[in-house]
Write a protein that binds this ligand. Structure first.
Ligand SMILES: [Zn+2]
Length: 71
């Protein structure tokens, strides 16, 4: 997680291809308290983005693909 001026964002990086996904955290005011309070949720969203990427881009590496992951 980080700050870009007044904007807050989190970033996940694919361990296989190093592609980065940066997503802004949309809040009225992304205060320190907000980010701390919702850090677990933010991490969950980041994990989901990474999982979607792994399944979509590296099905051979992770051994799962969109075809067999969601049934
Ligand atoms: Zn990747």
């Amino acid at each position: 997680m980080g700050k870009d001026g007044p904007k807050r964002y989190f970033e996940v990086r694919c361990p296989l291809c190093s592609e980065r996904y940066r997503q802004g955290i949309k809040t009225g005011k992304a205060s320190e308290e907000f980010v701390e309070e919702f850090e677990g949720d933010i991490r969950l969203v980041g994990s989901d983005i990474l999982l979607q990427h792994l399944i979509g881009e590296h099905p051979d590496r992770v051994g799962i693909s969109a075809d067999n992951a969601f049934q």
